[in-house]
Design a protein around this ligand. Sequence first.
Ligand code: BTN
Length: 260
Amino acid sequence: MTLHAPQFDLARILRDTSVQHVEYHSSLSSTSTVAAELLGPLLGRAPAVVLADEQTAGRGRKGNVWWSSGGALTFSLVLNANEVPMAAERRPLIALAAGLAVRTVLADIAPEFAFFVKWPNDVLTGAQKICGILVEQQTANDQQGLIIGIGINVNNSLREAPAEVSQRATSLFDLCGQSFELTAVLIRVLQQLDLRITQFVNQPRLALSEVNRVSLLSGRTVTVLSGDATISGHCIGIDEDGQLVLQTEQGLIRCSTGIV
Ligand code: BTN
């Protein structure tokens, strides 16, 4: 039997963040799928993290596949929704809080690059995606859970990816030509997530102004596929409910979800 040494220092994660439990697997289907399957017990130990060195069936928004290879940071944070006092219509802000958290950490690690939050749930540098975020709400034993799935291309190289992925994505390794300690990156992201979610709950205006400062779409002409509708307009910014606000020929239109 080959023993697999964890790529992560789990004791340090528990010591340096508010996380109470880490469910670590060297390989699993998807950290968010496993988080949903184990939601009842994980909510009993929340905040909890499901963490994997490798996912075999990573999921993105709208049923998309999330491609990643060894060296990527893939995890899902499980929170008790009662501990995030935010009206249901404002929950899209959680994905933006996560985007802001990841952007802050990436900008600290690689200050020579400009990173942006792309509504509703990505982090990009230039036109290339470096992080995807998937926020899901699920119930177990009458308790509501929030599952915040985050995939950051850290030490993997997109050169190994299928062409359709490598053309529009990058990693810290591809940008900087060096590897980073995954435990340290994860701890910084978890700490920032804590801060940003708290900021959105307690100081929503400040948090929103930070998101709008680093929003990729603001000031641009964009086309959003929202349900069956295709909406084109000049992006004015993101509003207090996390909606993208577009100035169109028909007036102001607010998109609560969509693909840009
Ligand atoms: C997207 O870009 O549409 C969202 C991608 C989210 C990927 C992360 S990786 C960790 C977690 N587990 C998953 O299967 N998906 C999320």
